[in-house]
Design a protein around this ligand. Structure first.
Ligand code: ADP
Ligand code: MG
Length: 280
């Protein structure tokens, strides 16, 4: 019926930490090449675990994951060619940039991936220049990543993955703790990367950005199972569903002597928008 090509296929995938703490139960889904998918769900529903499984950092206790038509298992990763090809194809930006960034300088962190994967020096230099321009990192290159602000750290960690130019980008809470302008910058970069053909999979509970960074949504629930998968527009319009899954909530606050109650969410952030004309 269609020529959509899955990059990932998951069949009844379950995972527990230390064999005792269930983190995902019976996940069956497909992720299609070129799509923008958001994995949403409240805290502890298994979003980060799912991304770690897709990145081959951990492996299911039961069930199967296939990536680009091959099994994603410890056995396959022992094949060096497969492992290298997979690492060139899939990039993972961790939830915590302090885990991602470990080099003495920002520049070394940004070029670590392509150098480690054996890309030629000239090519690495070109990729470095490109991300420095996109993220405006010129002044930070010689700084220690650990001395940066959270927004700067997050930009550096995304840049360090983009230099690999992976066809699939896994992003774990890429906008958490950022100011609105930095959120805007990161959302724009996600959209550009998708337009250039990359599959983008973002775990988030930031409902502010989901409408933009996803065509499809996969929602995980308290039982750590998929409670719903579908078109972003349709799912985001279902407020009852979002409330039931703790993604929006009623919010009470006081102004002078009056208490206001309204839904706390950010789904209609275009409601009061001002249109800024394009620069000529
Ligand atoms: N290293 C770990 N050891 C034990 N349990 C963990 C570990 N990491 C996550 N978990 C548990 O797995 C479940 C899913 O966690 P996680 O994937 O981090 O959820 P989310 O990213 O949606 O917040 C949670 O119940 C969490 O407590
Ligand atoms: Mg998480």
């Amino acid at each position: 019926m269609n020529n959509e090509k899955p990059v990932f296929e998951l069949e009844e995938v379950s995972y527990s930490y230390l064999g005792r703490f269930p983190a995902l139960c019976g996940i069956t889904t497909q992720i299609i090449q070129g799509e923008k998918l958001a994995i949403i769900g409240s805290n502890g529903t298994g979003k980060s675990t799912l991304l770690s499984l897709l990145d081959g950092l951990i492996f299911p206790d039961s069930g199967k994951i296939r990536a680009f038509g091959r099994d994603l298992s410890e056995k396959e990763f022992r094949d060096e060619d497969f492992s290298r090809e997979f690492r060139c194809s899939v990039g993972f930006v961790f939830q915590n940039p302090d885990v991602q960034l470990f080099c003495p300088t920002v520049k070394e962190d940004i070029i670590f991936g392509p150098l480690h994967l054996g890309f030629p020096r000239e090519e690495v230099k070109k990729r470095l220049e490109k991300v420095v321009e996109v993220f405006d990192l010129g002044d930070l290159l010689e700084r220690s990543p650990h001395q940066l602000s959270i927004g700067e750290k997050r930009k550096v960690s995304i840049a360090s993955v983009l230099t690999i130019e992976p066809q699939v980008l896994l992003l774990d809470e890429p906008t958490a703790g950022l100011d609105p302008l930095t959120v805007r910058h990161i959302v724009d970069i996600i959209l550009q990367e998708n337009e250039s053909g990359r599959t983008i999979i973002t775990a988030t509970h930031d409902m502010h950005i989901v409408g933009e960074i996803a065509d499809c949504i996969c929602c995980l629930g308290k039982e750590r199972r998929i409670v719903r998968c579908g078109a972003a527009e349709e799912l985001l319009a279902d407020r009852v569903f979002l409330e039931q899954n703790n993604l929006i909530h009623m919010h009470a606050h006081r102004h002078k002597d009056k208490t206001h109650i309204h839904p706390h969410e950010h789904l209609d952030h275009h409601a009061n928008e001002k249109i800024i004309p394009d620069q000529a």
